[in-house]
Ligand binder design. Structure first.
Ligand code: GNR
Ligand code: NI
Length: 168
């Protein structure tokens, strides 16, 4: 089932998500819904709180349009090592019509549970490393615009308020 993706400034996006205790069929159903919603959007990642489910579940697929899909499912993900610096443009399905450069770690090692509840480790760099950091941020109620300088964030907020006013 394709779920509605919540958008800024919905307060649900600011809440911290709870770890998954056991990877059950209902978690697998949630992942299925997240995948349908991400591919439909389309996006390169999605975190459960973006559809209003405050559980620590993220998915990522950075494969290109002409490549076979490569879905990463990470339950209770944690960054166990991070190094280097990246500064690349990000967007977010929960922050439509806005993009900005964000400072991130260039390389991360992430541990998480997979759909069978087994522990998995990913060594990521490039877009995958950025996507892991972006999605794990969502689990802590953090959006990429929260990483901007005060000036850039205020410009973003002004633009968002104006866009919301024009819609009503
Ligand atoms: O689709 C998405 N693209 C993207 C581009 C650069 C950095 C991060 C992302 S994630 C985003 C999908 C999304 O909002 N996931 O939470
Ligand atoms: Ni996002």
């Amino acid at each position: 089932m394709i779920r509605t993706i919540l958008t800024y400034p919905n307060p649900e996006l600011k809440k911290k998500s709870t770890p998954v205790a056991v990877v059950t069929d209902s978690v697998r159903e949630l992942v299925q819904d997240l995948a349908e919603s991400m591919y439909n959007a389309p996006g390169v990642g999605l975190a459960a709180p973006q559809v209003g489910i405050h559980q620590r579940v993220i998915i990522i697929d950075i494969s290109g349009k002409s490549e076979p899909p490569n879905l990463i499912v990470a339950i209770n993900p944690t960054i166990v090592h991070a190094e280097g610096e990246a500064y690349d443009e990000e967007g977010c399905l929960s922050v439509p019509n806005y993009a900005a450069n964000v400072r991130r770690y260039a390389r991360v090692i992430v541990k998480a549970l997979d759909l069978e509840g087994a522990e998995r480790t990913w060594e990521a760099e490039g877009l995958l490393a950025i996507a892991f950091q972006h999605e794990i941020d969502h689990l802590d109620g953090v959006l990429f615009v929260d990483h901007l300088s005060t000036l850039k964030r205020e410009l973003f907020q002004r633009k968002a308020r104006k866009a919301a006013e024009e819609k009503r």
